[in-house]
Design a protein around this ligand. Structure first.
Ligand SMILES: [Zn+2]
Length: 311
Protein backbone atom coordinates (compact mmCIF):
# COMPACT_ATOMS: atom_id res chain seq x y z
CA UNK A 1 0.00 0.00 0.00
CA UNK A 2 2.85 2.39 0.83
CA UNK A 3 4.57 1.69 -2.51
CA UNK A 4 1.27 2.18 -4.34
CA UNK A 5 0.56 5.49 -2.57
CA UNK A 6 4.05 6.88 -3.20
CA UNK A 7 4.13 5.75 -6.86
CA UNK A 8 0.75 7.30 -7.53
CA UNK A 9 1.94 10.52 -5.86
CA UNK A 10 5.10 10.58 -8.01
CA UNK A 11 3.18 10.03 -11.26
CA UNK A 12 0.66 12.74 -10.43
CA UNK A 13 3.54 15.03 -9.44
CA UNK A 14 5.02 14.57 -12.89
CA UNK A 15 1.66 15.49 -14.44
CA UNK A 16 1.43 18.48 -12.09
CA UNK A 17 4.66 19.87 -13.59
CA UNK A 18 2.99 19.77 -17.00
CA UNK A 19 -0.14 21.48 -15.64
CA UNK A 20 1.66 24.32 -13.82
CA UNK A 21 3.79 24.99 -16.90
CA UNK A 22 1.05 24.84 -19.52
CA UNK A 23 -2.14 26.17 -17.88
CA UNK A 24 -0.94 29.76 -17.16
CA UNK A 25 0.49 29.87 -20.72
CA UNK A 26 -2.86 28.85 -22.21
CA UNK A 27 -1.50 25.59 -23.68
CA UNK A 28 -3.32 22.24 -23.84
CA UNK A 29 -2.37 19.83 -21.05
CA UNK A 30 -2.79 16.70 -23.21
CA UNK A 31 -1.29 17.67 -26.56
CA UNK A 32 1.48 17.57 -27.58
CA UNK A 33 3.11 14.91 -25.34
CA UNK A 34 6.07 15.78 -23.10
CA UNK A 35 8.70 17.69 -25.01
CA UNK A 36 11.77 19.75 -24.22
CA UNK A 37 10.64 23.33 -23.47
CA UNK A 38 13.94 24.59 -24.91
CA UNK A 39 14.27 22.83 -28.29
CA UNK A 40 10.94 20.99 -28.69
CA UNK A 41 12.38 17.44 -28.94
CA UNK A 42 9.87 14.84 -27.63
CA UNK A 43 11.00 13.36 -24.30
CA UNK A 44 11.39 9.56 -24.23
CA UNK A 45 9.66 7.57 -21.51
CA UNK A 46 12.93 6.57 -19.83
CA UNK A 47 13.92 10.25 -19.57
CA UNK A 48 10.57 11.06 -17.99
CA UNK A 49 10.76 8.93 -14.82
CA UNK A 50 9.90 11.11 -11.80
CA UNK A 51 12.95 12.35 -9.82
CA UNK A 52 15.25 9.54 -11.11
CA UNK A 53 15.60 10.90 -14.67
CA UNK A 54 16.51 14.35 -13.38
CA UNK A 55 19.21 12.82 -11.17
CA UNK A 56 20.55 10.55 -13.96
CA UNK A 57 20.66 13.47 -16.43
CA UNK A 58 22.13 15.68 -13.68
CA UNK A 59 19.58 18.42 -14.31
CA UNK A 60 20.25 18.83 -18.06
CA UNK A 61 18.09 17.85 -21.05
CA UNK A 62 19.47 14.92 -23.11
CA UNK A 63 18.58 16.64 -26.41
CA UNK A 64 20.14 20.10 -26.08
CA UNK A 65 21.72 20.08 -22.60
CA UNK A 66 19.41 22.92 -21.48
CA UNK A 67 19.20 23.23 -17.71
CA UNK A 68 16.09 21.62 -16.16
CA UNK A 69 14.95 23.49 -13.05
CA UNK A 70 15.29 21.65 -9.73
CA UNK A 71 11.69 22.70 -9.18
CA UNK A 72 10.50 19.73 -11.30
CA UNK A 73 12.02 16.88 -9.23
CA UNK A 74 11.13 18.81 -6.05
CA UNK A 75 7.45 18.96 -7.04
CA UNK A 76 7.58 15.21 -7.83
CA UNK A 77 9.20 14.53 -4.46
CA UNK A 78 6.56 16.58 -2.62
CA UNK A 79 3.76 14.78 -4.48
CA UNK A 80 5.24 11.36 -3.69
CA UNK A 81 5.54 12.28 -0.01
CA UNK A 82 2.01 13.66 -0.08
CA UNK A 83 0.65 10.34 -1.42
CA UNK A 84 2.34 8.63 1.52
CA UNK A 85 1.01 11.23 4.00
CA UNK A 86 -2.59 10.78 2.76
CA UNK A 87 -2.25 7.03 3.28
CA UNK A 88 -0.78 7.39 6.79
CA UNK A 89 -2.84 10.32 8.13
CA UNK A 90 -6.22 9.80 6.43
CA UNK A 91 -6.68 6.26 5.07
CA UNK A 92 -4.99 4.28 7.87
CA UNK A 93 -6.84 6.42 10.45
CA UNK A 94 -10.21 5.11 9.17
CA UNK A 95 -12.08 2.58 11.34
CA UNK A 96 -11.12 -1.03 10.54
CA UNK A 97 -14.61 -1.88 9.22
CA UNK A 98 -14.38 0.74 6.42
CA UNK A 99 -15.02 -1.00 3.05
CA UNK A 100 -12.07 -1.00 0.63
CA UNK A 101 -13.90 1.04 -2.05
CA UNK A 102 -14.54 3.82 0.43
CA UNK A 103 -10.91 3.85 1.57
CA UNK A 104 -9.73 3.96 -2.05
CA UNK A 105 -12.24 6.73 -2.84
CA UNK A 106 -11.05 8.81 0.12
CA UNK A 107 -7.41 8.27 -0.85
CA UNK A 108 -8.13 9.44 -4.42
CA UNK A 109 -10.09 12.59 -3.55
CA UNK A 110 -7.62 13.68 -0.86
CA UNK A 111 -4.67 13.11 -3.20
CA UNK A 112 -6.48 15.09 -5.91
CA UNK A 113 -7.21 17.93 -3.47
CA UNK A 114 -3.65 18.16 -2.14
CA UNK A 115 -2.03 18.07 -5.57
CA UNK A 116 -4.53 20.56 -7.01
CA UNK A 117 -3.68 22.87 -4.11
CA UNK A 118 0.04 22.40 -4.72
CA UNK A 119 -0.50 23.39 -8.38
CA UNK A 120 -2.50 26.46 -7.28
CA UNK A 121 0.30 27.51 -4.91
CA UNK A 122 2.95 27.16 -7.64
CA UNK A 123 0.86 29.17 -10.13
CA UNK A 124 0.14 31.85 -7.50
CA UNK A 125 3.86 32.17 -6.65
CA UNK A 126 4.84 33.00 -10.22
CA UNK A 127 1.67 34.67 -11.61
CA UNK A 128 -0.28 35.89 -8.51
CA UNK A 129 -3.39 34.16 -9.85
CA UNK A 130 -5.40 31.33 -8.29
CA UNK A 131 -7.17 29.55 -11.19
CA UNK A 132 -10.94 29.03 -10.81
CA UNK A 133 -10.50 25.51 -12.17
CA UNK A 134 -8.77 24.65 -8.88
CA UNK A 135 -10.52 26.92 -6.33
CA UNK A 136 -14.10 26.54 -7.60
CA UNK A 137 -13.46 23.02 -8.93
CA UNK A 138 -12.04 22.00 -5.53
CA UNK A 139 -15.06 23.51 -3.75
CA UNK A 140 -17.42 21.48 -5.98
CA UNK A 141 -15.38 18.33 -5.34
CA UNK A 142 -15.71 18.99 -1.60
CA UNK A 143 -19.49 19.43 -1.83
CA UNK A 144 -20.03 16.43 -4.12
CA UNK A 145 -17.97 14.06 -1.95
CA UNK A 146 -19.82 14.80 1.32
CA UNK A 147 -21.51 11.32 1.37
CA UNK A 148 -18.10 9.64 1.02
CA UNK A 149 -16.35 11.65 3.73
CA UNK A 150 -16.87 10.79 7.41
CA UNK A 151 -17.78 13.46 9.98
CA UNK A 152 -19.36 16.06 7.66
CA UNK A 153 -22.92 16.64 6.39
CA UNK A 154 -24.36 18.68 3.51
CA UNK A 155 -25.30 21.57 5.78
CA UNK A 156 -21.80 21.74 7.35
CA UNK A 157 -20.21 21.83 3.91
CA UNK A 158 -22.57 24.48 2.48
CA UNK A 159 -22.40 26.72 5.56
CA UNK A 160 -18.62 26.23 5.65
CA UNK A 161 -18.23 27.29 2.02
CA UNK A 162 -20.43 30.38 2.52
CA UNK A 163 -18.66 31.42 5.75
CA UNK A 164 -15.26 30.87 4.12
CA UNK A 165 -16.03 33.01 1.10
CA UNK A 166 -17.73 35.85 3.00
CA UNK A 167 -15.03 35.94 5.67
CA UNK A 168 -12.48 37.06 3.08
CA UNK A 169 -14.73 38.78 0.54
CA UNK A 170 -16.53 41.16 2.93
CA UNK A 171 -13.54 42.78 4.69
CA UNK A 172 -10.75 42.38 2.13
CA UNK A 173 -12.59 42.86 -1.14
CA UNK A 174 -15.85 44.79 -0.66
CA UNK A 175 -14.81 47.00 2.27
CA UNK A 176 -11.31 47.54 0.93
CA UNK A 177 -12.70 48.61 -2.45
CA UNK A 178 -15.08 51.06 -0.78
CA UNK A 179 -12.33 52.55 1.40
CA UNK A 180 -9.29 52.37 -0.85
CA UNK A 181 -10.78 51.99 -4.33
CA UNK A 182 -8.98 48.69 -4.96
CA UNK A 183 -9.40 45.17 -3.53
CA UNK A 184 -6.86 44.24 -0.82
CA UNK A 185 -6.86 40.57 -1.69
CA UNK A 186 -7.73 38.70 -4.84
CA UNK A 187 -11.08 36.94 -5.10
CA UNK A 188 -8.99 33.79 -5.57
CA UNK A 189 -8.04 33.89 -1.87
CA UNK A 190 -11.74 34.10 -0.91
CA UNK A 191 -12.50 31.12 -3.15
CA UNK A 192 -9.67 29.15 -1.56
CA UNK A 193 -11.10 29.70 1.95
CA UNK A 194 -14.51 28.78 0.48
CA UNK A 195 -12.92 25.49 -0.61
CA UNK A 196 -11.63 24.95 2.94
CA UNK A 197 -15.19 25.39 4.24
CA UNK A 198 -16.69 23.00 1.68
CA UNK A 199 -14.23 20.32 2.76
CA UNK A 200 -13.89 20.93 6.50
CA UNK A 201 -16.91 23.02 7.58
CA UNK A 202 -16.83 26.52 9.09
CA UNK A 203 -14.36 25.54 11.83
CA UNK A 204 -12.01 24.37 9.09
CA UNK A 205 -12.45 27.59 7.09
CA UNK A 206 -11.76 29.83 10.09
CA UNK A 207 -8.77 27.72 11.22
CA UNK A 208 -7.27 27.64 7.72
CA UNK A 209 -7.65 31.41 7.30
CA UNK A 210 -6.06 32.16 10.70
CA UNK A 211 -3.23 29.65 10.26
CA UNK A 212 -2.61 30.98 6.73
CA UNK A 213 -2.43 34.57 7.99
CA UNK A 214 -0.03 33.66 10.82
CA UNK A 215 2.24 31.66 8.50
CA UNK A 216 2.04 34.35 5.80
CA UNK A 217 3.20 36.95 8.33
CA UNK A 218 6.09 34.75 9.42
CA UNK A 219 6.92 34.10 5.74
CA UNK A 220 6.93 37.83 4.94
CA UNK A 221 9.22 38.58 7.92
CA UNK A 222 11.63 35.83 6.86
CA UNK A 223 11.73 37.12 3.23
CA UNK A 224 12.29 40.70 4.48
CA UNK A 225 15.12 39.57 6.76
CA UNK A 226 16.79 37.52 4.01
CA UNK A 227 16.23 39.79 0.97
CA UNK A 228 15.56 43.16 2.59
CA UNK A 229 12.48 43.59 0.39
CA UNK A 230 9.58 41.66 -1.18
CA UNK A 231 9.50 41.82 -4.98
CA UNK A 232 6.43 41.04 -7.01
CA UNK A 233 6.95 38.13 -9.47
CA UNK A 234 8.44 39.07 -12.86
CA UNK A 235 5.49 37.54 -14.73
CA UNK A 236 3.10 39.92 -12.90
CA UNK A 237 5.09 43.01 -13.90
CA UNK A 238 5.23 41.70 -17.48
CA UNK A 239 1.47 40.95 -17.67
CA UNK A 240 0.62 44.44 -16.35
CA UNK A 241 3.00 46.04 -18.87
CA UNK A 242 1.18 44.17 -21.67
CA UNK A 243 -2.26 45.26 -20.43
CA UNK A 244 -1.16 48.92 -20.17
CA UNK A 245 0.25 48.74 -23.70
CA UNK A 246 -3.06 47.26 -24.93
CA UNK A 247 -4.94 50.17 -23.30
CA UNK A 248 -2.71 52.73 -25.03
CA UNK A 249 -3.40 51.05 -28.37
CA UNK A 250 -7.19 50.69 -27.85
CA UNK A 251 -9.92 53.30 -28.34
CA UNK A 252 -13.51 53.97 -27.21
CA UNK A 253 -15.47 51.14 -25.56
CA UNK A 254 -12.65 48.65 -25.82
CA UNK A 255 -10.30 51.02 -24.05
CA UNK A 256 -12.85 51.64 -21.27
CA UNK A 257 -13.31 47.88 -20.77
CA UNK A 258 -9.57 47.29 -20.52
CA UNK A 259 -9.21 50.19 -18.07
CA UNK A 260 -11.95 48.71 -15.90
CA UNK A 261 -10.21 45.34 -15.99
CA UNK A 262 -7.00 46.98 -14.82
CA UNK A 263 -8.81 48.83 -12.01
CA UNK A 264 -10.45 45.61 -10.77
CA UNK A 265 -7.11 43.79 -10.64
CA UNK A 266 -5.54 43.80 -7.15
CA UNK A 267 -2.12 43.82 -8.86
CA UNK A 268 -3.20 46.35 -11.51
CA UNK A 269 -0.89 49.13 -10.36
CA UNK A 270 2.85 49.21 -9.75
CA UNK A 271 3.67 48.27 -6.15
CA UNK A 272 4.42 51.34 -4.04
CA UNK A 273 7.81 51.51 -2.39
CA UNK A 274 8.35 50.64 1.28
CA UNK A 275 7.94 47.25 2.92
CA UNK A 276 4.49 48.07 4.33
CA UNK A 277 3.17 48.33 0.76
CA UNK A 278 4.87 45.10 -0.34
CA UNK A 279 2.90 42.73 -2.47
CA UNK A 280 3.03 39.02 -1.80
CA UNK A 281 0.93 36.05 -2.92
CA UNK A 282 -1.19 34.85 0.02
CA UNK A 283 -2.40 31.72 -1.79
CA UNK A 284 0.67 29.57 -1.01
CA UNK A 285 0.23 30.21 2.74
CA UNK A 286 -3.48 29.38 2.59
CA UNK A 287 -2.57 26.20 0.69
CA UNK A 288 -0.01 25.29 3.36
CA UNK A 289 -2.62 25.79 6.09
CA UNK A 290 -5.20 23.82 4.09
CA UNK A 291 -2.87 20.83 3.66
CA UNK A 292 -1.93 20.94 7.36
CA UNK A 293 -5.63 20.94 8.22
CA UNK A 294 -6.37 18.17 5.72
CA UNK A 295 -3.73 15.88 7.23
CA UNK A 296 -3.79 16.82 10.92
CA UNK A 297 -6.87 19.05 11.35
CA UNK A 298 -9.08 16.84 13.40
CA UNK A 299 -6.25 16.04 15.81
CA UNK A 300 -5.38 19.76 16.16
CA UNK A 301 -8.95 20.97 16.71
CA UNK A 302 -9.80 18.18 19.17
CA UNK A 303 -6.54 18.78 21.04
CA UNK A 304 -7.37 22.48 21.31
CA UNK A 305 -10.97 21.89 22.44
CA UNK A 306 -9.69 19.45 25.06
CA UNK A 307 -7.08 21.96 26.15
CA UNK A 308 -9.65 24.73 26.75
CA UNK A 309 -11.96 22.22 28.45
CA UNK A 310 -14.78 22.05 25.88
CA UNK A 311 -14.57 18.30 25.46
ZN1 LIG B 1 16.09 20.18 -25.76
Amino acid sequence: MTAYAITLGLLFGSFLNVVTYRVPRGLSIVRPGSHCTNCGTPIRAYDNVPIISWLVLRGRARCCKARISVRYPLVELMSGLFGWAVLRCIVLALPAETPWWRALGLFSIHLALGLGLLAAALIDISHMILPNTITVGGTLLGLLTVPLRPGIGWLDALVGAAVGFLMVWLPFDLLHRLLRGRPGMGLGDAKLVMLAGAWFGWVGAVTVFMAGAVQGTIGAVVILLVQGRIDEPEAVTEERRKLVAAIEAAEGDERRELEEELARDPVGSKPESGWRKSRMAFGPFLVLALIEYQLFGEAIVNGYLEFVGWQ
